[in-house]
Design a protein around this ligand. Sequence first.
Ligand SMILES: [Cu+2]
Length: 141
Amino acid sequence: MDRRTFLAGAASVGSLGLAGCTALGSGADAPSDYDVGMGAAFFRPSKLEVKAGETVVWANTGNRRHTVTAYENQIPEEAAYFASGGFDSEQAARDGWMDGFEGRINAGATFEHTFEVPGEYHYFCIPHEPTGMVGTVVVTE
Ligand SMILES: [Cu+2]
């Protein structure tokens, strides 16, 4: 990923909080393409609220590889486990990453998950968990 692409991604993330800003040209449409951006070591927004049945789209708006990996014991009990790479457990996701970056979301790529069960879902990015790359999705009825 070259620097120009990285800067474009950073600009898209920045525009999320500036609804009135249209100086980005085609980038102005970007916020509607995803719900959560992934930057250097953060999810933005780090907390998102959706209704049950809605699909959340994460987009890697930075230039590093990230994952979206649920904390197995920090999602509603009845909810299906989710992680980029399609792993069915947190340990499998961690092992997959160690085995060759399985589950990675490359720069510019997206991951999506549909939340059916109301409650709070906590998730993280495997390589950047040590630097606090965690997020929350709150699903309401
Ligand atoms: Cu990350």
